[in-house]
Design a protein around this ligand. Structure first.
Ligand SMILES: Nc1nc2c(c(=O)[nH]1)N[C@H]1C(S)=C(S)[C@@H](COP(=O)(O)OP(=O)(O)OC[C@H]3O[C@@H](n4cnc5c(=O)[nH]c(N)nc54)[C@H](O)[C@@H]3O)O[C@H]1N2
Ligand SMILES: Nc1nc2c(c(=O)[nH]1)N[C@H]1C(S)=C(S)[C@@H](COP(=O)(O)OP(=O)(O)OC[C@H]3O[C@@H](n4cnc5c(=O)[nH]c(N)nc54)[C@H](O)[C@@H]3O)O[C@H]1N2
Ligand code: SF4
Ligand SMILES: [Mo]
Length: 838
């Protein structure tokens, strides 16, 4: 079957089979039928505010104070690019089940047992607020404000109040330790910045119309951007509109972004994209293609391709008289150039050339196929390459991302229509005004990922060793251990962080971190570690104003949410609970600035309404917030194709690197690589000016672990959850299986049958779950959707790793806590494991 006709057929099939927010091309002009409201059912607009990159509106029906059903957006005539519907995926549609889930936290609670045991007693709001206020004041005066942390958390951070409310009270208490970076893009943000662009600065998907070759490395929009108007739908529409586009997908898994939409799937071993990229680069350089086709581009816009470019830069910096430039001079070594490295010449002669045959042995894609992709890239008139964030969530993901970015620049075509720079595609959004979190006098920050170190040895952490920012110099220590953690809409305390068993052990000792406050709606694995638990209202109980979020594709939108029902049980909105705490701190006036929640909403709505970026919203924003709530959804599609780095290439813009050019050799990374301290015992823990493939700990070619742990385990973001959010909805557990994927050849060798219960273990723990035998995963690789809830077997059963078996099947029971070299980010897709029948 032709790819196009298969595409249409399979799009229809996968909609039915996997309950996504996707649409087929044939349902364009139709309005989805919705049952009419029964008797006196009321309808209001809410939104799904989870961290999937979108914030889909949902229509909530209620009667007598009870939610009766939840529907997706079906308001418009649904013409793509005009006013298409923002259909919620299966998760958003299950919000009634989630709202009334039996594990809702219904009252404020205080821990009674050992920390982590999950034993609590209900307390009053008054007592909860008093205790938090007095503990905050005690800890700040005893240990200093740097000992207080608001943990990374993305369960509901798009509402006007959620991230700001706690920031306000923590800042009114004198501030708190900052965090930088995030679990999503830590390594890629550093890699992109070092090269000279932002990690979401790629050409937008509308510009795919001008391309003839699309290559996605670890790019899976159909599963991780599922909104009916999200990037997944934009991607589908873009490839549908350009039938001659050739699509190559490189991923250890055969994802839903493929299933017939691709021309070719190349199953790659996790963590080896840099080797593949180098094999391709060798073909492009060694064949003379680069010299004949893109050398002038590299000379003009880039630095680091060859010896001459670095020698020229060095001379220019030496003669600049500019202190900042002079500081880089010691780190510019013309010997360290990309061409010599790839060809195995000069100082790289001992490495040998990075040939396709060298790369094939590492990445598992054959030499012939690597040569074939190289020739496709060379022959394409407009190659559009995207490297997804799956590639960055690895040991030394910084280097892997940079290696992949190189390919776009080697083509010499960046800046032209239909070509991208390797980064994630550009998006457009409507703007929403938020409440200020007030200013934080504390200047120091730690990486979001390193809070376990900050608990154990914060006092000695430095910039040089631990990437601490904001200290006086590389060796000034942070000076405090962490003593209080506020985990607000966060399951990253235990479940979403690496090495759940390891962090649980650190947190259990309440003489280390003395106060843990968790604000959530459900009794999650992290909530069990709270000293004080604060029950939040869910979205369907909230009034709020939200936009489309940060990766919602090309259509921007706003949703004016209206609570469908009153707060359930004793739940309170974050605005109101923080007001109680502020009152106990004696700071109520500063906290509220004289406004209640409705007052803030009216003010924020007015700012939003008059924001020029929202001028094209359809329908136009009405004058009051109440009218906006009646209307519910406002949308604006920006139909302009955007091209990455076009302004730099056409001379109207600049790039923000020390050299002012695209850096194939990164000066900042060379400098940090020389100045920072790395751990010799951690294989692959280094930073270099050039991106270079390297064997890392627990990578494919890590011989230290390969015998005991023969399989690579890669995580992914599953349709059944957004991280750990929605795990507690039985409908979704039924719709999307939680099982570890294994290739049939591997499964046969192990004697596994479909659905066998298995133990998967690493050095750090054991999980128990079924096996899904499927050709959709590469040989030697296991794949597991992340976000299942960590649940050490209550009977205390010990697994092959020597730890209590996690019968919840959380991948982070297996992952390693090892901050990456530059970003100090999470390498959660790099794992070596063993598997056996349970
Ligand atoms: N192994 C592995 N681990 C990973 C990843 C991976 O790929 N592999 N991905 C990482 C990534 S990219 C991210 S972004 C993080 C995400 O990690 P988190 O930011 O922790 O995201 P969630 O797991 O969605 O958890 C959010 C919490 O918010 C709660 N919540 C939801 N709605 C509300 C609400 O209205 N109010 C309140 N107060 N709470 C609410 C949920 O119940 C949940 O406990 O996980 C990271 N962890
Ligand atoms: N359904 C759903 N959607 C989500 C989320 C969710 O939890 N569920 N989470 C949201 C958030 S916060 C984020 S950050 C994004 C995450 O979005 P991504 O980071 O893009 O998601 P991942 O699933 O981790 O990785 C994408 C793909 O990369 C592949 N991959 C992993 N390692 C490698 C590798 O070494 N090489 C190659 N070539 N491919 C590799 C994986 O198999 C996967 O198919 O998704 C967002 N959207
Ligand atoms: S999880 Fe994402 S795609 Fe699904 S309904 Fe919520 S916001 Fe929309
Ligand atoms: Mo993320």
């Amino acid at each position: 079957m032709e790819r196009r006709s298969f595409l249409k057929a399979s799009a229809a099939l996968s909609c039915a089979a996997t309950v996504t927010g996707c649409k087929t091309s044939s349902d364009d002009a139709n309005v989805t039928p919705t049952p009419p409201p029964v008797s006196d059912e009321q309808v209001s607009w809410s939104a799904c505010l989870v961290n999937c990159g979108s914030n889909c509106p949902v229509k909530v029906f209620s009667q007598d104070g009870v939610i009766t059903r939840v529907e997706a957006d079906n308001e418009t005539t649904d013409e793509y690019g005009v006013n298409h519907q923002i259909r919620a995926c299966a998760r958003g549609r299950s919000l009634k089940q989630r709202t009334y889930s039996p594990d809702r936290i219904k009252t404020p609670m205080k821990r009674v047992g050992k920390r982590g045991e999950g034993k609590f007693v209900p307390i009053s709001w008054d007592d909860a607020a008093s205790e938090i206020a007095s503990e905050l004041q005690r800890i700040a005066s005893e240990y200093g404000n740097k000992s207080i942390l608001k943990l990374y958390g993305t369960g509901a951070y798009y509402g006007f109040s959620s991230s700001s409310c706690f920031n306000r009270i923590l800042n009114l208490n004198g501030g708190f330790l900052n965090i930088y970076g995030n679990y999503s893009w830590a390594q890629q943000n550093e890699a992109a910045a070092a090269t000279g662009f932002g990690s979401t600065s790629g050409s937008n998907l509308l510009s795919l119309k001008d391309s003839d070759l699309f290559i996605g490395l670890g790019y899976n929009p159909s599963e991780m951007r599922q909104s009916g108007s999200g990037e997944g739908y934009d991607y589908l529409k873009a490839i549908e509109a350009n039938p001659s586009l050739e699509v190559i997908m490189i991923d250890p898994r055969y994802t839903d972004s493929m299933v017939g939409k691709e021309d070719k799937w190349l199953p790659i071993r996790p963590g080896t994209d840099a080797a593949l990229a180098e094999g391709i680069a060798f073909e492009m350089i060694n064949s003379g293609w680069v010299s004949n086709n893109s050398k002038s581009f590299l000379d003009k816009y880039c630095v680091g391709y060859d010896r001459a470019s670095l020698a020229t830069l060095k001379a220019e910096f030496e003669n600049s008289g500019d202190a900042e430039k002079l500081a880089y001079v010691p780190y510019i070594n013309p010997d360290e150039n990309y061409q010599d490295y790839i060809l195995g010449e000069g100082i790289y002669a001992t490495n040998g050339p990075r040939t396709p045959s060298w790369a094939a042995k590492i990445c598992g894609i054959s030499e012939a196929k690597i040569k074939n992709i190289a020739s496709k890239i060379m022959n394409a008139s407009a190659p559009f390459i995207i490297t997804g964030a799956g590639v960055n969530r690895h040991a030394n993901g910084e280097q892997a991302m940079r290696s992949c970015y190189m390919l776009s620049f080697l083509t010499g075509k960046v800046g032209q229509p239909g070509v991208s720079n390797g980064a994630l595609p550009g998006q457009s959004s409507l703007s929403r005004s938020g409440m200020s979190g007030l200013s934080n006098p504390i200047k120091e920050s730690i990486s979001f990922f390193t809070f376990p170190d900050a608990i154990e040895r914060g006092h000695e952490m430095t910039a040089r060793k631990d990437g601490i920012r904001g200290t006086e110099d590389l060796d000034t220590p942070l000076g405090n251990d962490l003593k209080a953690i506020f985990a607000i809409n966060s399951n990253a305390l235990v479940n979403q962080h690496s090495d759940s068993n390891g962090i649980a052990k650190i947190l259990e000792d309440d003489s280390k971190c003395e106060l843990i406050v968790v604000c959530d709606c459900w009794m999650t694995p992290s909530a069990k570690f709270a000293d004080i638990l604060l029950p939040d209202t869910s979205w369907l109980e909230s009034n709020d104003l939200v936009n489309d979020s940060y990766a919602s594709g090309i259509m921007g939108y706003l949703v004016a949410m209206k609570a469908a029902v009153d707060p359930l049980w004793e739940c309170k909105s974050m605005y109101d609970m923080c007001a109680l705490i502020a009152d106990k701190m004696g700071k109520l006036g500063e906290y509220t600035e004289g406004k209640d929640e409705a007052g803030w909403l009216a003010e924020l709505y007015e700012k939003t309404r008059t924001n020029a970026n929202n001028a094209n919203a359809i329908p136009p924003l009405p004058s009051t917030y109440e009218e906006a709530q009646e209307q519910g959804v406002f949308r604006a599609f920006n139909g302009t194709p955007t091209v990455a780095l076009d302004s730099y290439i056409n001379g109207t813009g600049t790039v923000n690197t020390p050299s002012g050019k695209i850096e194939l050799f990164s000066l900042k990374m060379a400098q940090k690589g020389a100045e920072w301290e790395f751990n010799d015992e951690v294989k692959g823990d280094y930073i270099s000016g050039l991106p270079m493939y390297q064997a890392t700990w627990e990578g494919y070619d890590d011989d230290e672990t390969s015998e005991e742990y023969p399989f690579q385990l890669v995580g992914y973001h599953t349709k059944g959850r957004t991280h750990s959010s929605y795990h507690n909805v039985p409908w979704l557990r039924e719709a999307v299986e939680d099982a570890v994927w294994m290739n049939p050849i591997d499964a046969n060798a192990q004697g596994f049958a479909q659905g066998d219960k298995v133990h998967v273990w690493s050095k750090r723990g054991t999980i128990e779950l079924p096996v899904r035998v499927t050709p959709r995963v590469a040989l030697g690789v296991l794949a597991l959707g992340q976000g299942a809830w960590y649940l050490p077997d209550p009977s205390g059963k010990v697994g092959p790793s020597g730890h209590i078996v996690d019968i919840g099947g959380c991948i982070n029971t297996l992952t390693r806590y090892q901050p990456s070299p530059l970003a100090k980010g999470n390498p959660q897709h790099t794992n070596r494991v063993q598997i056996a029948r349970a």
